[in-house]
Design a protein around this ligand. Structure first.
Ligand code: PMP
Length: 288
């Protein structure tokens, strides 16, 4: 595998960054997770926009233009013969002192990894993904805004540990007010009749690219889609709950906290949206 570091493609064993990089020392940096399907990169521009917005939000100047980032992502995919896979652009603050000051870090590091993707087993899409609510509260937007896709994922890692220790693979994270925020690495939706609801980002959700695409598809299909404050009551009493994310795509949720949601299987709305989403990924995207 060839990894891109600052314009060069190097063998993965030689792909190294300094132990003084603030990305490592402080989680000071930003990243994206992007999918390639059948030789095309899905929603590449939207991911690039979010990457640059995340960087802007943490005062991190990305040393290359959006156009060059796109060209270099494509180059990295070609070098690794990726037609289907997962692409991880990362921008770290770069080497600094052992102090916090980000402004002494003069060389942000741009890294691009293009790899095969580790998917959930197909049976999980038939059965759905069981969740628990975890005690780890989602970062306060006033502290670390969850709209920033930063390298500081400890909040999510702590939630994931709780989920795994409870014997499930994903979880519901609540915000400090007790409202539903998102899953540890996916967005959450609830279906109530013809209505499809998802928490607004100010409740503590990343503005997922998949979330946005699913909202658009659902509106085109005639559903009434809105961002609303959701409590666990709304999830427990929903007809269907599903998660969205670049890796997971759309996955139904049959149980939360051992309570059955709807009829305990991925429901018709989840299935219709999944079919529409799969169609969209197969016919759109930036050619590699
Ligand atoms: N929330 C969090 C915390 C995530 O890490 C992700 C995955 N990047 C998502 C939601 C889903 O976002 P996307 O659809 O852009 O992958």
């Amino acid at each position: 595998m060839k990894v891109y570091i600052n314009g060069k493609l190097v063998d993965k064993r030689a792909a190294r960054i300094s132990v003084f990089d603030h990305g490592l020392l402080y989680g000071d940096g930003v990243f994206e997770g992007i999918r390639a399907y059948n030789g095309r990169i899905f929603m590449l521009e939207r991911h690039i926009e979010r990457l640059y917005a995340s960087a802007q939000a943490i005062s991190l100047p990305i040393p290359i233009s959006r156009e060059k980032m796109i060209a270099d992502i494509l180059r990295t995919c070609r070098a690794n013969r990726i037609r289907n896979g997962y692409i991880r652009p990362i921008v770290t603050r770069g080497v600094g002192t052992l102090g916090l000051n980000p402004f002494v870090c003069r060389n942000p590091q741009v890294i691009i990894i293009a790899a095969k993707i580790q998917l959930y087993p197909p049976e999980l899409y038939e059965k759905g993904l069981e969740l628990v609510t975890v005690g780890t509260v989602r970062n306060l937007p006033e502290a670390i805004n969850p709209r920033i896709k930063s390298l500081n994922y400890l909040n999510n890692v702590l939630a994931k540990i709780e989920a795994l220790n409870a014997g499930v693979m994903e979880c519901i994270m609540l915000n400090a007010q007790g409202f539903v925020a998102e899953a540890s690495g996916d967005n959450v939706f609830a279906v109530r009749g013809e209505r499809i609801l998802t928490p607004p980002s100010w409740c503590g959700a990343l503005e997922g690219i998949t979330r946005g695409v699913v909202m658009e598809l659902a509106r085109e299909m005639g559903y009434d889609v809105s961002e609303e404050i959701l409590t666990r009551y709304d999830l427990y009493t929903a007809d269907e709950v599903f998660l969205t994310g670049t890796a997971a795509e759309i996955i139904g949720v049959p149980r939360i906290d051992r309570r059955t949601i709807g009829n305990g299987r991925p429901g018709p709305v989840t299935r219709r949206l999944t079919a529409a989403f799969r169609q969209l990924v197969s016919r759109s995207g930036t050619p590699i």
